[in-house]
Design a protein around this ligand. Structure first.
Ligand code: PTR
Ligand code: PTR
Length: 311
């Protein structure tokens, strides 16, 4: 088994690189008009990471005195494996957008937040502290109150159980906040296996949360979208979601198609997956997953994965 994997890795490395370069060359699949509006520019963490109009998440209009651009947040709906709008990919909230972020979470009925960056990395702020950090602490964000009721520490991640209270409606909801701490900026996780454990944990929570919604959920059967964010919401976020999609497909029909998955994702969240390392990591992680679950022989690389193999 080990030899086979080495073989796949060696054979694919060059092909994978070319494949990623091809993807990068493709122009974005739409316009960014809302992101570019003058009144919205301050809501973007990075002036060069904008969201496509076609898939952007709109905030519900709050009141008459807000202007037409007040529905803007740098966040995009993304499809999952056989689930439309399985994720919302977004940037790390800015102090100016904390309230918008919680509004989005509330309006989209989000129950799971996956954060794959730390707040500060290499001395630079990557994301605002938009949730209460310590157990027992409550913070106010506009008309939302968020209480961190309980924190569970794991080796590579931290799970905060948040209670989200909407002071306008008087309703409360539980939201799980996952913070993955060992994903270095400019890179990929040290170990695919830690990432796979993390994903499994998130999925179990998600399924339990969706189940607990019961008949109060009227959207698609997969439940509300999972919010995934890093700093810009494209690199690490895209990697995490690509992996999740590919592994779900592998579990279902025994094949993977990383290339098509990324292409499609980029039509919903432009620039998803930022570096060749991250792209390559998806391959490594899929192989590791297949090994772990004894699925190595049945893994069928789909045509578009194989095409690029010839040197
Ligand atoms: N976008 C940068 C560039 O064009 O050079 C590269 C870059 C990649 C910068 C990732 C930051 C990155 O971020 P993070 O540390 O948030 O993963
Ligand atoms: N303008 C930023 C840069 O070039 O550094 C954009 C950027 C930042 C792009 C972070 C990607 C980044 O990574 P991630 O999406 O993983 O946070």
């Amino acid at each position: 088994v080990h030899e086979l994997v080495e073989h796949v890795k060696r054979k694919k490395k060059k092909g994978i690189y070319q494949e990623y370069e091809e993807i990068r060359k493709e122009p974005p699949a739409g316009t960014f008009d809302y992101s570019k509006k003058l009144s919205n520019q301050i809501k973007n963490r990075y002036s060069d990471v904008l969201c496509l109009d076609q898939s952007r998440v709109r905030l519900c209009e709050l009141s008459d005195d807000e202007d037409e651009t007040s529905d803007y947040i740098n966040a995009s709906f993304m499809d999952g494996y056989k689930r439309s709008n399985a994720y919302i990919a977004t940037q790390g909230p800015l102090p100016k957008t904390y309230v918008d972020f919680w509004r989005m979470v509330w309006e989209q009925m989000v129950l799971i937040i996956v954060m794959t960056t730390r707040v500060v990395e290499r001395g630079r702020v990557k994301c605002g502290q938009y949730w209460p950090l310590e157990e027992g602490r409550t913070e106010h964000y506009g008309y939302f109150m968020v209480k961190n009721t309980h924190i569970q520490e794991f080796h590579d991640f931290k799970l905060s159980h948040l209670e989200l209270y909407n002071t306008q409606s008087g309703e409360t909801r539980e939201v799980c906040h996952y913070l993955y701490v060992s994903w270095p900026d400019f890179g990929v996780p040290k170990s695919a296996s830690a990432m796979l454990d993390f994903r499994e944990h998130v999925l179990q929570r998600r399924d339990a949360a969706v189940h607990s919604l019961g008949s109060s959920w009227r959207g698609p059967p997969g439940g509300p979208p999972v919010v995934v964010h890093c700093s810009a919401g494209i690199g690490r976020t895209g990697t995490f979601c690509t992996l999740d999609i590919c592994l779900s497909r592998l579990e279902d029909i025994g094949t993977v198609d990383i290339c098509q998955t990324v292409r499609r994702m980029r039509t919903q969240r432009a620039f998803s997956i930022q570096t060749w390392d991250q792209y390559h990591f998806c391959y490594t992680a899929v192989i590791e997953y297949a090994q772990r679950h004894g699925k190595l022989s049945p893994v069928q690389w789909s045509d578009s994965d194989l095409e690029t193999d010839s040197e």
